[in-house]
Ligand binder design. Structure first.
Ligand SMILES: NC(=O)c1ccc[n+]([C@@H]2O[C@H](COP(=O)([O-])OP(=O)(O)OC[C@H]3O[C@@H](n4cnc5c(N)ncnc54)[C@H](O)[C@@H]3O)[C@@H](O)[C@H]2O)c1
Length: 381
């Protein structure tokens, strides 16, 4: 199947690498609202440059990868579906729940596949954690907590404004990884209580041409919440752009027979760490031997929120969706899952504004676990 790409920005280079890892992704053309960028990107990556409309009317293209900005996902995905092509979109599905719901309806009516990132839960860390929880080794997961907290992108991004405006913020930016990871492990969520805080009205640009000047902060930059899942687990969360540094684990879950530290849901690797009864040692379980767990990136960017060595196999969700289209099966990074995750995100905001517990409007099936043998069939070599 041939894949066209819309959006030639920052994440493009990560996705283009996916055709080196997976045997069924064949990128043929790319497009961007900025056609100069599309031409340059096409030339560098041996693709055909096309306008969005040319891409959508090209009968040679079966699937479009939508890696535009979150605020454009709804409009671009809708156009793709209406052109009769399957779509795989970056997170979030849209910036509004009702819009995403409409996209899913269109996809179903047209019998097209709608896939959505994140696909990180398909990695070695996410799948080993899932296996341990499903085996019952830790008993029933009762409680837990998660955190993503750093000072904000203004330290290294020259244009950080959109992270601090409507449609941005820590919950919509990082929430998809945590909520998707938790739904993979625990099943769908039921309700949320949340508190969002904006500590400062302005922030300073720390890099680029505007360094030293200030920009406006329109939305809360720290959120604390607790989520009740349909299976009865209660999980506490903290997502923040107001923390200089911290030493907590990304996700810790506490079961009736033991505890688990789930690795970074923004990445694919491990280790997964478990401990049983009180006082017993913590055991690291490596995922380096798992097909989507092996370290493949050495990162020298020095961001304190990113591990210097990591496993990144973004694009497996697209590859798995292509395989599902070919075999007429349900894909794991599907629209129902992404819609439910967006529901959690939007309800976090509603709960904070109304100062009350909010019941989610949606539910979804827990995606099937992803066995090593299934993954190996999609890998090159
Ligand atoms: N940057 C990352 O590290 C990262 C990581 C994971 C996921 N993502 C997700 O990937 C997506 C893209 O992020 P990015 O960092 O590459 O953004 P970016 O701003 O660097 O690139 C987005 C590109 O989309 C183009 N675009 C915007 N609206 C368009 C439209 N209507 N039609 C055609 N092209 C349009 C822009 O011109 C730009 O080149 C986002 O959804 C983001 O959440 C980014």
């Amino acid at each position: 199947m041939n894949v066209g790409i819309i959006g030639c920005g920052h994440i493009f280079s990560t996705y283009i690498k996916a055709q080196e890892y997976f045997n069924n992704i064949n990128y043929v053309a790319c497009s961007d609202i900025d056609m100069d960028l599309a031409f340059k990107t096409a030339e560098k990556n041996n693709l055909k440059p096309k306008t969005v409309d040319e891409l959508l009317s090209d009968n040679n293209i079966d699937i479009i990868l939508n890696i535009t900005i979150p605020q454009a996902h709804y409009e671009v995905t809708k156009k793709i579906l209406n052109s009769g092509k399957h779509v795989y979109c970056e997170k979030p599905m849209s910036v509004k729940y009702e819009q995403a719901k409409e996209l899913l309806k269109i996809a179903k009516e047209k019998k097209l596949y709608l896939g959505n990132a994140p696909d990180t839960f398909l990695g070695g860390g996410g799948q080993l954690s899932r296996q341990i929880i499903d085996n019952g080794d830790l008993g029933k997961i009762l409680t837990g907590n998660f955190i993503f907290a750093f000072p904000g992108v203004q330290d290294f991004h020259p244009n950080p404004e959109s992270w601090f405006q409507e449609g941005g913020g820590p919950v919509i930016d990082m929430g998809p990884y945590f909520f998707t990871g938790l739904v993979n492990l625990l099943g769908p969520a039921k309700n949320i209580r949340s508190r969002g805080v904006k500590f400062f009205d302005k922030r300073e640009y720390r890099t680029g041409q505007k360094k030293g000047q200030n920009f406006n902060v329109d939305i809360p930059t720290s959120y604390m919440f607790n989520l009740e899942f349909e299976n009865g687990s209660i999980i506490q969360g903290f997502l923040s752009f107001d923390v200089q540094n911290h030493k907590r684990n990304h996700i810790e879950l506490y079961g009736s027979l033991g505890s688990i530290v789930v690795p970074d849901p923004n990445m694919f690797g491990g280790p997964v760490t478990i401990s049983k009864e009180l006082g017993s040692e913590w055991v690291d379980l490596s995922v380096e031997e798992k097909p989507l767990g092996k370290t493949n990136i050495i990162n020298d960017r020095g961001n304190t929120n990113e591990a210097p060595r990591q496993a990144n196999y973004r694009g497996i969700g697209l590859s798995e969706m292509i395989n599902s289209i070919e075999n007429n099966t349900e894909h794991r990074c599907n629209g129902e899952l992404a819609l439910h995750v967006l529901d959690i995100i939007e309800c976090a905001k509603i709960s904070s504004e109304t100062k009350s517990e909010v019941s989610l409007r949606s539910t979804c099936e827990r995606p099937n676990s992803f066995k090593d043998q299934e993954i190996k069939k999609l890998l090159k070599n």
